[in-house]
Design a protein around this ligand. Structure first.
Ligand SMILES: Nc1nc2c(c(CN[C@H]3C=C[C@H](O)[C@@H]3O)cn2[C@@H]2O[C@H](COP(=O)(O)O)[C@@H](O)[C@H]2O)c(=O)[nH]1
Length: 365
């Protein structure tokens, strides 16, 4: 369930009500225009086109390693990558950021390395650390961020899968009885690197970004069938990373204090679990929840308008087609905003309302 940030505790981040109206309208219009739905997931060249148990292994490893790609070298982070920032070339195209990790995994698979097989990536004998370093090798001088943490979380998760779940994440899915909330519980209680939580004003807040995006990627890839079928998928929140908050600020859906803006502009490190960081992440979750509620209201208005028009339409009027009732949940809004942020990164960093991503090093996002 999304957490509702107690605003009075927020010193650095707030959610302007008029900003939500403005942002939700813009996002809704853009999502309608692009017919944004789960079918978009497979369109990215690096995402798998087949949906089977091997795809589940692939998604598990990708979301196990789906953290911390911001570069120490590419300070401006405009989307036009600094030539020396970590980059992986696959099928002739250079990838940076999140996609660089995915490209490295796909490259290893094409080199015949069973990198997505848990009993393989669990084992220092079968897959020595040096070989993992080679798999994530860069075209440039900058190494993949947090390489040692990536190796550590692979060993830990691989061993848990082998020892407790028959070596496949499909067995975790089977235990969850098509419940996303149950699967979050299985993942966060068995795999410590997914246990993304913090203390905020004396309360424990469970953000669980990678556990939730793991479920979202399964749901989107399998289009709510088979290993991706979840009856309570709408309980999943947006994924509190460092890219979507930047876009939410751009859409006026987040407001930052002068002190936070200065920290971001200077590229200062913000510790994982610090009030500043938890406020950015917690308010992002709540802002997307408010955007979702606003979009549902806009859809309702549209349907009612169409119905009125249809009732009063005379034969001479053109036939009105009911609007595509979009399924809108926090996942689709998040995926849309993230894809938008990547496409509009130059505007987000250099445009009329520029802001940098917050720089926290952690295995959680
Ligand atoms: N909230 C949210 N965070 C997301 C994603 C994704 C990738 N999902 C795509 C994959 C399949 C679907 O098509 C999705 O569109 C990565 N990240 C996070 O971003 C950061 C990396 O950013 P940069 O350094 O600029 O590449 C890092 O924290 C990473 O964990 C998302 O969707 N939502």
């Amino acid at each position: 369930m999304p957490i509702s940030c107690s605003q009075q505790h927020s010193q650095y981040v707030t959610i302007p009500a008029d900003g939500i109206q403005h942002g939700a309208g813009k996002i809704f219009e853009a999502m309608k225009k692009s017919h944004y739905d789960t079918s978009k997931w497979k369109e990215h060249p690096l995402n798998p086109k087949e949906c089977n148990a091997n795809t589940v292994d692939w998604i598990f490893l990708v979301d196990l390693l789906n953290f911390s790609f911001w570069s120490e070298i590419d300070i401006d982070d405009t989307g036009v990558p600094h030539p020396d920032r970590y980059r992986v070339t696959f099928h002739g195209k250079g990838y940076t950021g999140y996609w660089s990790m995915v490209a490295a995994i796909n490259r290893a698979l094409e080199e015949g390395i069973p990198i997505t097989t848990p009993e393989f990536f669990a084992s220092e004998e079968k897959l020595p650390d040096k070989e993992i370093e080679r798999i994530f090798r860069s075209d440039t001088t900058e190494q993949v961020p947090l390489l040692l943490d990536r190796i550590r979380v692979m060993r830990e998760a691989g061993k848990v899968l082998v020892e407790k779940f028959g070596g496949r994440f499909t067995n975790c899915i089977a235990q969850a009885d098509n419940s996303a909330l149950k699967l979050i519980d299985i993942v966060t209680s068995n795999f410590s690197s997914f246990r993304d939580e913090a203390d905020f004003c004396g309360r424990k807040v469970q953000i669980f970004k990678r556990a939730q995006i793991l479920i979202a990627d399964l749901w989107a890839c399998f289009q709510n069938q088979s290993y991706g079928e979840f009856k309570d998928i709408d309980e999943i929140t947006m994924f509190a990373d460092y890219r979507v908050p930047q876009a939410l600020y751009h859409f006026h859906c987040l407001q930052y204090s002068p002190e936070l803006l200065q920290v971001l502009d200077k590229g200062e490190l913000i510790p994982n679990g610090s009030p500043m960081e938890v406020e950015i992440r917690g308010n992002s979750i709540w802002a997307v929840e408010l955007i979702r509620q606003r979009i549902l209201a806009l859809i309702k208005e549209e349907v009612e308008e169409q119905q009125t028009r249809t009732e009063t339409a005379t034969p001479a009027d053109t036939v009105v087609t009911p609007p595509r009732m979009m399924t809108v949940n926090a996942i689709l809004i998040d995926f849309f905003i993230w894809d938008f942020a990547k496409a509009a990164q130059l505007d987000l960093t250099m445009g009329e309302r520029p802001v940098k991503v917050h720089r926290t090093r952690s295995v959680y996002y």
